[in-house]
Write a protein that binds this ligand. Structure first.
Ligand code: HEC
Length: 137
């Protein structure tokens, strides 16, 4: 039994002597280039936590097309206030209370769309579009 323990200790210490370069391997590399896809890199546009501005073409148009232009386009019930272009939607935010209309609760007078509130994520996105400066692109 004692012999076995002594042999084990001997083998372990021999093994640890043989890979003397291990320490160097785990040293940090001072000149390593920063990884552009590093999830903590704030300048990486693919990083999901990088704040990117909401724009009409990228984010807002598809929501308006899906929820509003059934009425807010020429020949429709709300043709007096078309929402089919960037300039029209921007103007509706600035001077026709669009943000207030979409944030009303179900059942409240004036809610848009008339049939019921949009998903909260869509509402938040349009509100943030305004906060981000109503950019087209
Ligand atoms: C079912 C038809 C319908 C849909 C869908 C609809 N609207 Fe309307 N909207 C109207 C009508 C009719 C009015 C005019 C009556 C009123 O002011 O409530 C109006 C009025 C408005 C006004 C006020 C315009 C003004 O000049 O006073 C805004 C802003 C508006 N809608 C935005 C939207 C937005 C944004 C959406 C989509 C998220 C939407 N609407 C979806 C029918 C609709």
């Amino acid at each position: 039994m004692k012999k076995t323990i002594a042999l084990t200790i001997l083998l372990v210490s021999l093994a640890s002597c043989s890979d003397s370069d291990t320490y160097q391997d785990i040293e940090p590399q001072p000149n390593a280039p920063t990884n552009p896809t590093d999830p903590t890199n704030p300048t990486d546009p693919t990083n999901p936590t990088t704040p990117t501005a909401i724009t009409y073409n990228k984010d807002v148009k598809s929501i308006i097309d899906a929820n509003c232009i059934g009425c807010h386009a020429s020949g429709r019930s709300a043709a007096f206030r078309p929402l089919t272009t960037f300039a029209q939607v921007k103007a509706a935010v600035e001077s026709a209370g669009l943000l207030n209309r979409i944030q009303l609760q179900n059942g409240q007078q004036g809610l848009m769309p008339q049939g019921g509130r949009m998903a909260q994520a869509s509402i938040d996105l349009i509100v943030k579009w305004n906060t981000d400066g109503l950019k087209e692109n």
